[in-house]
Design a protein around this ligand. Structure first.
Ligand code: NAI
Ligand code: MG
Length: 497
């Protein structure tokens, strides 16, 4: 860092904004909500045998949006039966090129109705509309397109092997990317000839239920996709049901329970769990670019991201200048109405998650780290948390070890590349990592040594359906996306096992 560049870094002080943003709310008129949503079983919406319903809300306002069915074990059983029947009678023997047609239809429908889906995603989950519009929905459609393309080419994906489907997949997804996770789960399962029972998270069921309507309109044969709403107990019932495979994305805690439950049952399993990714900035990194990557790494989707860059490791010589720049950048983040097109940081997904963030932040202060938050006015109702930085973090602090899953960045320093690797890998997790440096050779050196499923270089939080994603250690096992994402849904006979 040259002296001129150092001087050019303005001091941190509270400054009045030179000009503000006028509100630019996206209209909710495009979304038509039902009062009540039943379970999607065998191609239609049905009342739950459990007789139970729950209310789903908008986390930015705490206003109720709709009533949603809570599937009990009997309901889950009926959904699995429908999936089994559809698998045996039609789907498994349908030529891949025919299965692909349905997936292409779903993909095109998602593109056509993208705005409706994006608005609903932001209403039910609290994420900024610019993210649901520009990231979640385009990527969800891209996953269906991508896997539609594989459906009739499976023998080329695995030369010399005979790929065949597994059967019925039970798929349990979280609330941070509801539509995207539904696409990640359903697209490869259907492309490979399996049928599915999907359980969305209890706080964000609505886009999955809208997807059910798209699946109906695409005339996907009844029972190929079933959607059962409910909370952990519904998920547990699905794990215990007669499904042939379980695919789970969520907390490491629940991942461990699921693994114990199905051990010895012969069911196949993939787990995509938590993370505590290191985002590593070397002294030769392009700092302004790195700042954007750091901000994107932890404040994207309020930090509710399993691969969030929640541990920033900064090489000592650039620590002061980087922190100054980062604090200044934080002051420009707009926190508030998720439906406003200018919003950068939306609502925390639920009260429970907000309490978890607050508890971990309190532990950071109590353990002696220094907290920084920009000034910003938070809405009165709903669940909100300011973008937060912690400096003076040591590796033993809870905020350096535990997944906060919120807009909270823990900052540590390092001197040598070896120390950066050591610290980055000093975590029970291993989902992702980021490296910021001008040197290509250093990127490769680091990528070889980082125990993480994805290593981003001079970027962060980039996704593509053709690229496999998944973890090491307590971040889970199995890959989603890419050719690798087909494997968990296939039996591969012949060739080496
Ligand atoms: P969770 O793991 O409890 O929920 C994820 C999904 O699993 C939901 O659909 C839920 O209904 C279901 N589920 C819950 N208990 C289950 C059980 N016993 N059997 C089967 N399914 C079950 O996550 P939660 O409680 O919403 O969040 C807690 C923490 O987990 C977060 O603070 C965050 O740190 C982490 N998390 C990580 C995610 C990731 O993508 N890696 C996603 C969601 C949460
Ligand atoms: Mg839980």
């Amino acid at each position: 860092m040259t002296d001129t560049a150092r001087k050019a870094t303005p001091a941190i002080e509270h400054r009045e904004p030179v000009w503000g943003y006028a509100p630019a709310p996206e209209s909710t008129g495009i979304v038509r909500l039902e009062d009540r949503y039943g379970l999607f079983v065998n191609g239609g919406f049905v009342e739950p045998k459990s007789g139970k319903w729950f209310t789903t809300i908008n986390p930015a306002t705490e206003e109720p949006l709709a009533e949603v069915a809570e599937a009990g074990p009997e309901d889950v059983g009926l959904a699995v039966d429908a999936a089994r029947d559809a698998y045996e009678r039609r789907w498994r023997s349908l030529p891949g090129s025919e299965r692909a047609k349905y997936l292409y239809r779903i993909a095109r429908q998602l593109q056509e109705r993208a705005r409706e889906f994006a608005v609903l995603e932001s209403m039910n989950g609290g994420k900024p509309i610019k993210e649901s519009r520009d990231i979640d929905l385009p990527l969800a459609a891209a996953h269906f397109f991508y896997y539609a393309g594989w459906a009739d080419k499976l023998e080329y994906a695995f030369p010399g092997r005979t790929p065949s489907p597994i059967g019925v997949a039970g798929q349990i997804i979280p609330w941070n990317f509801p539509m995207l996770m539904a696409a990640w789960k359903l697209a490869p399962a259907l492309a490979t000839g399996n049928t599915a029972v999907l359980k969305p998270a209890e706080t964000t069921p609505l886009t999955a239920l809208l997807l059910a309507q798209v699946i109906q309109e695409a005339e996907v044969p009844p029972g190929v996709v079933n959607i059962v709403t409910g909370a952990g107990e519904t998920g547990a019932a699905l794990v215990k049901s007669s499904v042939d495979k379980v695919a789970f994305t969520g907390s490491t805690e629940v991942g461990k329970i699921i693994r114990r439950t199905i051990a010895g049952s012969g069911k196949r399993l993939t787990l995509e769990l938590g993370g505590k990714a290191a985002n590593i900035v070397f002294e030769d990194a392009p700092l302004d670019q790195a700042i954007e990557g750091v901000v994107n790494g932890i404040f994207f989707n309020q930090g509710h991201v399993c691969c969030a860059g929640s541990r920033l490791l900064v090489q000592e010589p650039v620590f002061d200048v980087l922190i100054d720049k980062l604090k200044e950048r934080l002051q420009t983040l707009r926190v508030g109405d998720p439906l406003d097109k200018n919003t950068d940081v939306g609502a925390i997904n639920s009260r429970v998650q907000l309490q978890k963030i607050e508890e971990l932040v309190a532990s950071g202060i109590q353990e002696g780290a220094q907290m920084y938050q920009p000034e910003c006015v938070l809405p009165e109702r709903g669940f909100w948390f300011r973008p937060t930085l912690f400096t003076g973090v040591s590796q033993s602090h809870r905020i350096a070890r535990e997944e906060i899953f919120g807009p909270v960045l823990s900052i540590l320093t390092f001197r040598t590349p070896e120390e950066a690797v050591e610290k980055a890998n000093n975590s029970p997790y291993g989902l992702s990592a980021g490296v910021w440096t001008e040197k290509g050779s250093r990127i490769l050196w680091m990528a070889e040594r980082l125990r993480a499923g994805v290593v981003w270089a001079n970027t962060f939080n980039r996704f593509d359906p053709a690229s496999p994603f998944g973890g090491y250690k307590e971040s889970g096992f199995g890959r989603e996306g890419g050719l690798q994402g087909l494997e968990p849904y296939l039996r591969l006979d012949g060739g080496a096992a």
